[in-house]
Design a binder for this molecule. Structure first.
Ligand SMILES: C[S@@+](CC[C@H](N)C(=O)[O-])C[C@H]1O[C@@H](n2cnc3c(N)ncnc32)[C@H](O)[C@@H]1O
Length: 206
């Protein structure tokens, strides 16, 4: 599904902005990975990847299939002054243009709901993860306070926002994701679901 980059970016800046630094802290605390190469899949304007780069020594690849999103991300990289460690890469998650086992941390927020074939996408993410590396893929708002704040703003724009959110990360989706991960040959994963979101954590053990 095509996303309007300028419209999405306005929402990211005006509504979702406080979520990214909170998620970045949570990702680092949970994975313990703060160096090496990190891939932000479906990065959009690159807010999560940039938030991670600010608090770690990670080299960041902001990866998206959309030229418009990557143009925005390149602008935000320049503004951040982190050009030496943060780059963009164009491509499709179903065929990631990176070598096997080349990534120490993969993150993806709000993108997997748009992927056509999640089995293929999960297999690709698993392929690029190095041994002892972790991927965190999903959607979430960091904490309940932020969720409530964002919910109030989003419901003004789209009265069906909560229903759409339930369809993406509701309880009945967990079984689907579990089946897709198994089909992709991912042997070590957990799915965390609470009121703030849903995250799939893939660990490449060997
Ligand atoms: C809702 S936006 C989320 C952007 C960003 N992760 C954030 O949280 O602000 C979803 C992003 O996923 C990207 N995307 C969707 N399908 C993709 C695919 N198959 N491969 C790579 N990127 C994809 C879109 O272009 C878009 O930038």
């Amino acid at each position: 599904m095509e996303i309007n980059a300028v419209e999405f970016d306005r929402m990211a800046r005006e509504i979702f902005a406080p979520v990214y630094p909170v998620l970045a802290e949570q990702i680092i605390n949970r994975t313990g990975i703060n160096r090496g190469c990190c891939l932000d899949i479906g990065c959009g304007g690159g807010y999560l990847g940039l938030a991670l780069a600010r608090i770690t020594d990670l080299n960041m690849i902001l990866f998206d299939e959309s030229d418009d999103m990557l143009e925005l991300a390149n602008g935000y990289i320049r503004e951040s002054g982190l050009q030496s460690r943060v780059k963009t890469l164009k491509g499709d998650v179903h065929s990631i243009p990176l070598d096997d086992e080349s990534i120490q941390l993969a993150v993806s927020r709000g993108s997997m709901f748009f992927w056509n074939d999640r089995v293929k996408a999960f297999a690709e993410i698993y392929r690029v993860l190095a041994v002892n590396s972790v991927a965190m893929i999903g959607g979430g708002f960091g904490n309940v306070e932020l969720l409530k704040e964002i919910e109030a703003k989003m419901l003004e724009i789209d009265p069906e926002w909560n229903e759409k959110r339930r369809q993406r990360i509701g309880k009945n989706k967990v079984e689907d994701y579990r089946k897709e991960l198994e089909q992709a040959g991912v042997s070590s994963y957990e799915i965390i679901q609470d009121e703030t979101g849903l995250w799939i954590i893939i660990r490449r053990i060997a």
